[in-house]
Ligand binder design. Structure first.
Ligand code: SF4
Length: 129
């Protein structure tokens, strides 16, 4: 496994809306499942409630990513000029969030994939805003 492979979970981790959708679907399925007794339904619902609580953390991370992508001095017209991503797919970065310069440099369009900014160590606030 390469270093990039091991980084993958931390890059694609935050997608609260997808997780929320999945949890909602599970909740609906449980409600519609006639074979589950009430006790079982209650236990499963308690587990789902724990997941909802965890999602709060993801939402905070997501909002910080959005804020950093908009205030970082390395962000130019919605793209990050600091990172050159050699193989975006290995990091779980969607193709439509990559722009390729004439010299072959691959930049991340943080306006589309602000998750890159969440834990980025290169963040620096813009001085004159
Ligand atoms: S926080 Fe990091 S990834 Fe985001 S624009 Fe700044 S340097 Fe690029």
């Amino acid at each position: 496994m390469s270093v990039e492979d091991s980084l993958k979970p931390s890059v694609i981790l935050v997608s609260p809306s997808d997780i929320e959708e999945n949890v909602k679907k599970i909740e609906e399925e449980i409600k519609n499942h006639e074979q589950l007794d009430l006790d079982s339904q209650k236990k499963i619902q308690e587990e789902i409630d724990k997941i909802w609580k965890s999602l709060g953390w993801f939402k905070i991370a997501e909002s910080q990513g959005i804020w950093k992508s908009k205030t970082c001095r390395h962000g130019t017209q919605g793209s990050c000029e600091a990172w050159n991503i050699s193989d975006p797919s290995k990091l779980g970065i969607p193709e439509d969030a990559i722009s390729v310069a004439q010299d072959g440099t691959k930049r991340v369009i943080t306006a589309k994939f602000y998750q890159l900014c969440i834990s980025c160590p290169l963040y620096e606030p813009r001085r004159n805003q």
